[in-house]
Design a protein around this ligand. Structure first.
Ligand code: KG4
Ligand code: ZN
Length: 342
């Protein structure tokens, strides 16, 4: 079964064709990063406008690369939540038009479920149940992946998401948007033990995260130094920040794995590209004899292939959208209700 996946939830217009949820026949990602860079972050209206301009050529290229026509596609999957509402609506409307015109089934996909599915594209041996860590620009979840379409969130962030914390800390350190990637690169040149940063915990919720205090600690440290006329080695600060976030994520993820009895773990979302997180978690999982999966770097960020992959599993579970499908800026990943979410 070949599914066309369409993604437009943030600043990437993406489309891909995936066979049976696991084989990528094509994948095209048009990133708007360069344009948003001058504003220091994603400007929602600009994102929507660029999606509107780019969506047809991106989908056409994905079909061309797969050597297929739209008639040969078995279903159309689209990210319908969560994300920037104006951006999501472009993909949802376009997918609805295609489904209507070609009489194809339309499958709504939750973006975070899509991130998790990126691992099925690279690791066919990975099968639920397992414990997932999803760390992106908007989410930080520890989630039991009970089946391909059944999830139970056991830990979440109470404030900033991990990617958001990376981006805000990076901005304070003077790195351009998208800060997470640049902070990661700069931290390779720094000493991770140079600064001691807090490890904020959430009372009574051992698997939850709180990153805003950590971000504030970085901002205060920089302000204090500035007021005293001292210079801070930002590469050391970047390395210390990255090491702290990696440790917090690893500690809570591995604690949940131990308590809930999972020996198979998978990480997903933009922050799964982080070198510090990959290194620390790989080391600790090897010590504990746990199987660990990361998507390849090419599939960590937003892409259409992960949406097509999850779209396959949603389709197999009987999920279909009607022509009244809407988009939702937020929706829990473990309690989808496409009919009543809006
Ligand atoms: O999953 P994603 O592409 O989009 C969302 O669904 O949010 O995640 C984007 C986030 C951004 O905050 C970005 O800075 C972060 O992932 N990110 C990283 C790295 N690469 C991307 N954070 C830390 N280290 C990286 N290497
Ligand atoms: Zn994403």
């Amino acid at each position: 079964m070949r599914i066309l996946g369409i993604e437009s939830s943030c600043d990437e217009t993406a489309a891909a064709v995936v066979e049976n949820g696991t084989v990528i026949l094509s994948s095209v990602v048009n990133s708007q990063i360069a344009e948003h860079q001058k504003y220091g972050g994603v400007v929602p209206e600009i994102a929507s406008r660029r999606h509107t301009e780019n969506i047809i050529p991106v989908v056409q290229e994905a079909l061309e690369q797969a050597g297929m026509t739209l008639e040969q596609v078995d279903a159309i999957a689209v990210t319908a939540a969560p994300g920037l509402i104006g951006a999501l609506l472009v993909g949802v409307n376009f997918a609805k038009g295609l489904a209507l015109a070609k009489n194809k089934p339309l499958v709504p996909v939750h973006h975070i479920r899509g991130h998790i599915a990126a691992n099925y594209l690279a690791h066919p041996q990975l099968k639920p149940p397992y414990l997932g860590l999803v760390v992106s620009g908007g989410h930080s979840h520890i989630v039991e992946v009970l089946d391909y379409t059944r999830f139970h969130v056991v830990g979440r962030t109470r404030d900033d998401a991990a990617g958001e914390a990376f981006d805000k800390a990076a901005r304070a350190m003077g790195f351009p948007y998208p800060g997470g990637v640049i902070l990661d690169r700069e931290s390779q040149k720094g000493n991770p033990k140079a600064f001691h940063l807090p490890h904020p915990k959430v009372d009574g919720s051992p698997y939850d995260f709180s990153f805003s205090g950590l971000k504030t600690a970085v901002i205060n440290l920089l302000h204090n130094a500035q007021q005293k006329g001292e210079t801070v080695n930002v590469q050391d600060l970047a390395a210390s920040f990255q090491a702290t976030v990696a440790q917090i994520l690893c500690d809570r993820f591995l604690l949940a794995a131990k308590d809930l009895g999972y020996d198979t773990l998978a990480v997903a979302g933009g922050v799964s590209a982080n070198s510090g997180l990959r290194e620390l978690l790989t080391k600790r999982c090897a010590q504990q004899g746990k199987a660990l999966y990361f998507p390849p770097l090419s599939l960590c960020g937003d892409n259409g292939a992960m949406i097509a992959s999850q779209g396959y599993y949603e389709y197999m579970a009987g999920i279909r959208a009607g022509m009244d499908l809407n988009a939702a800026a937020s929706m829990p990943m473990d309690a989808l209700d496409w009919e009543r979410a809006f």
